[in-house]
Design a protein. Structure first.
Length: 375
């Protein structure tokens, strides 16, 4: 019997809602119980096809308790568990952007240990084979200068303010990856059922047609090695010539091959991160989702409304909560100096506002004036 990796010491469970505890088991394990001794709560899990799931009743906030899972002689105890508010921080580099890189990050890291916030970083895995090894070293972390350095800056500041307002522990589940399209975070079913979204999977299928698994992995490994060298050359070039133009940079450093060849090892592929990341944390009980993404879909801005609407429906099904709140950040002002102004970001913003106005239980944070030109 194993609990999913998202359950660990220091975790935060959602208050005032039924809480799902889940994991995997063998066919020989017949009775699994989950309890919170301090609250005199004990429930029996449902076991089906190698998976188990228990549903704890709604609980009030609690700063410290234990969660126990028992199966015969096997007993797992998670300590320093809090019951408070839990939000998922999803999206691309906007949400992935780390606290240590924030302009106030160094100062914030000095004092963050005083905040009643916690963080779980969903392991970034491109292929299912990587999951078991990655999850061995994961778990909920408490705030400190070392622990919080790689936390989502947007997620941290949200948790800090919410905790201060509500007076409870706030936990953030980071589930994000820079450069990703929303299509990477969805199941194939939801992309295929809408003709406007099918090009995402059709383009992928065309790119990998006739390629073996071995060939796709070899192609991506070759690209990754090249790109690592390219990024080192670029860093050195910028250090020497900080104002160099993009076309001159490429002339000196070589072609930028990002995002690399499509295939089973490319994390930017459609549906990939839904399989390797979303599926590992759903249906961990949440208060809601924070979503900051959109740039990597600006090549198809006319379909972004349909894409986000489908993603919300997909995740609400994954979490078995058809009212799961979904709060988006509308894209800010931004453009690189050398990029043509296609107005695609304006169309993305329009789509985000339309989602907010037409899909129930959604929110929109407007930050049009917060961007920086060419940065």
């Amino acid at each position: 019997m194993k609990a999913a990796a998202v359950f660990s010491d220091n975790m935060v469970l959602q208050r005032e809602r039924y809480v799902r505890i889940f994991g995997t088991c063998t066919n020989n394990e017949k009775v699994i119980t989950v309890s919170v001794p301090e609250l005199l709560i004990s429930v029996r899990a449902i076991i089906r096809k190698g998976r188990w799931e228990a549903l704890l009743p709604p609980m009030t906030e609690c700063s410290k308790c234990t969660l126990e899972i028992a199966c015969g002689a096997i007993r797992k105890v998670f300590r320093n568990v809090a019951i408070g508010e839990v939000w998922l921080a999803g999206g691309q580099s906007n949400m992935e952007f780390e606290l240590r890189n924030d302009k106030n990050g160094v100062r914030e890291l000095v004092s963050c240990g005083e905040e009643d916030v916690r963080y779980y970083y969903t392991p970034k895995c491109a292929m299912p084979e990587e999951l078991e090894g990655a999850e061995k070293n994961t778990g909920w972390s408490l705030p400190s200068a070392d622990n919080s350095a790689a936390w989502s800056a947007a997620g941290y500041y949200f948790a800090k303010e919410l905790s201060r307002r509500l007076g409870v522990t706030v936990g953030i589940i980071g589930c994000n990856w820079g450069g990703t399209s929303a299509s990477a975070w969805m199941s194939r079913e939801y992309l295929e059922q809408d003709s406007r979204l099918r090009p995402y999977v059709e383009d992928y299928d065309k790119a990998v047609k006739g390629k073996s698994r071995k060939k796709m992995i070899a192609e991506y490994d070759e690209y990754a090695a090249y790109q690592e060298g390219w990024e080192k050359r670029v860093a050195a070039c910028y250090a020497e010539k900080p104002d160099i133009e993009w076309h001159d940079l490429l002339a000196e450093c070589g072609e930028n091959r990002y995002p690399g060849p499509m295939g089973i090892k490319n994390p930017m592929r459609p549906c990939g991160l839904h399989e390797t990341m979303v599926s590992r944390i759903a249906p961990y009980t949440l208060r809601g989702v924070l979503w900051y993404q959109g740039e990597s879909d600006d090549h198809r801005p006319q379909t972004y409304y349909a894409l986000m609407k489908a993603l919300i429906e997909n995740w609400r099904r994954d979490w078995r909560d058809d009212k799961l709140p979904f709060v988006m950040v509308q894209l800010p002002m931004f453009r690189y100096k050398d990029d043509p102004d296609t107005k695609s970001w304006a169309l993305i913003r329009e789509a985000q506002e339309r989602v907010f106005r037409t899909v129930k239980n959604t929110g929109l944070a407007v930050c049009l004036d917060c961007g920086e030109f060419n940065n």
